[in-house]
Design a protein around this ligand. Structure first.
Ligand code: PLP
Length: 423
């Protein structure tokens, strides 16, 4: 469910025409829907209305300050994976005691920031990390609340590159090490072991795929409690999928919530979720303009002004995005197969091959649907293209929530060395 639809032949985000957004921001540009973000958050939050739950939005899905602030206003926490995300979450109004810090490589600096701010929990992924965190926390006179992220040795995820829960992946501590690691954690002066976490992958369509991992976590909680540990939190991670094309029908957040409730049974714990894609995925589109139509060797290349630097998912994961013309094609217009490509000097800068599209011409606008998650956050300046702009729409209001840098701004952080004779 989202709030992008045609009105009078023009694709709109809520009450704002995407043509108007393109006029105001230029292209390419991301456009997010406030109502869609809020709806997705509340569907999940309402499903747990009577439970002690923390919905920690996974900021890496879409870390725009406007997006985080919208969710923070609704009561969301944040799952962060870097010092930068932590600072952004706090800047956007997420209280420290709703922030979970994930990630395999937290630096000493990042740990200090988290400890100074008093975040809710560090999800620890290795013994060396545990020791570093304990040392830093005790030097600061603190104890860091931690959950171990366990690797449950299950296969799940919409693509090999977004699966994280099996032994070959770098994530988490081994399933069979958990008891020994909690023993170790309880001996360390700077550590307060309070929880257990899992996150097995992304774009998972069936909740049944989470069940084994969640059950392992619950069994571990019971065992650790029997052994005297005061485990008070379980973190079931993120990963529920969203539909990218017609016919894809992921299980609903309600089914997901029901399974969590079922697996937890009577266990009295704070339940934490870290949804990213589920919240932001179809709350955003990327609009782009057709620069050229090139016919060559029997193929038609529709060359867009958006590139893989603006939307990397197709190049990175062979991901599919539906691409819609912003203006509805004339009645009876015939579709034909085209390659949708960008301006970047890479062969992987291709969004779709042999995609059946209505007639497109120079200057036409198209929209990449379901681009709200892992879109702008994965963007870069490759080919020295200024970072893509982002707008947030609410009803008939449209706010630029990240403007495109000027060329001067893009260049400002760099300099030539002094030994180059300046002209
Ligand atoms: C990426 C990530 C998430 C969010 O995953 P989604 O598939 O976007 O819900 C949650 N937790 C951790 C630890 C992550 O790395």
């Amino acid at each position: 469910m989202h709030h992008f639809a045609y009105r009078n032949g023009v694709l709109h985000c809520e009450d704002v025409s995407l043509e108007a957004v393109a006029r105001e921001l230029g292209t390419p540009a991301y456009v997010y829907s406030d109502a869609t973000l809020r709806r997705h958050y509340s569907v999940l939050a309402d499903a747990f209305a009577n439970r002690n739950v923390l919905i920690a939005y996974a900021v890496k899905a879409n870390s725009n300050l406007g997006v985080i602030a919208t969710l923070a206003e609704m009561g969301a926490g944040a799952d962060v994976v870097s010092g930068g995300e932590l600072m952004k979450a706090m800047e956007a109004g997420v209280p420290a005691n709703r922030i979970v810090f994930s990630g395999v490589a937290k630096t000493a600096e990042e740990m200090k920031i988290g400890l100074t701010r008093g975040i809710h929990q560090f999800n620890v992924e290795s013994l060396p990390e545990l020791h570093r965190l304990s040392k830093i926390a005790s030097e600061m006179g603190k104890r860091a609340p931690i959950a171990f992220r366990v690797n449950p040795h299950v296969e799940a995820g919409g693509h090999a590159h977004i699966s994280t829960g099996s032994a070959e992946h770098k994530f988490g501590i081994a399933w069979h090490e958990a008891d020994a690691f909690y023993d170790e954690a309880s001996r360390l002066p700077g550590i307060d072991p309070v929880g257990i976490a899992v996150h097995i992958g992304s774009q998972i369509m069936r909740v049944e795929q989470f069940r084994a991992a969640w059950e392992k976590v619950v069994a571990l909680v019971r065992r650790l409690r029997d052994r005297g540990f005061a485990i008070s939190r379980v973190d079931f991670g993120g990963g529920l999928g969203v539909p990218y094309k017609d016919g894809e029908d992921p299980d609903s957040p309600l089914v997901y919530a029901n399974q969590a409730r079922d697996v937890l049974g009577s266990l009295d714990v704070q339940l934490i979720f870290e949804p990213g894609r589920l919240i932001a995925g179809n709350a955003g589109v990327l609009i782009s303009k057709v620069e050229y139509i090139k016919e060559r060797d029997g193929r038609t290349f529709v060359i867009l002004d958006a590139g893989m630097n603006d939307l990397m998912r197709p190049a990175l994961y062979s991901a599919y995005h539906e691409v819609l013309p912003v203006r509805t094609p004339a009645l009876g217009a015939t579709r034909s197969p085209v390659d949708l490509v960008g301006p970047i000097c890479e062969s992987t800068d291709r969004f779709a091959k042999d995609r059946s599209m209505p007639p497109l011409h120079e200057g036409d606008l198209v929209a990449f649907m379901t681009a709200g998650a892992y879109g702008a956050t994965l963007s870069s300046q490759y080919n020295s293209r200024p970072l893509v702009a982002e707008a947030l729409v609410r009803g008939d209001a449209c706010v630029v929530v990240r403007r495109r840098p000027t060329f001067d701004e893009m260049i400002a952080l760099e300099r030539a060395p002094d030994w180059i004779a300046s002209g």
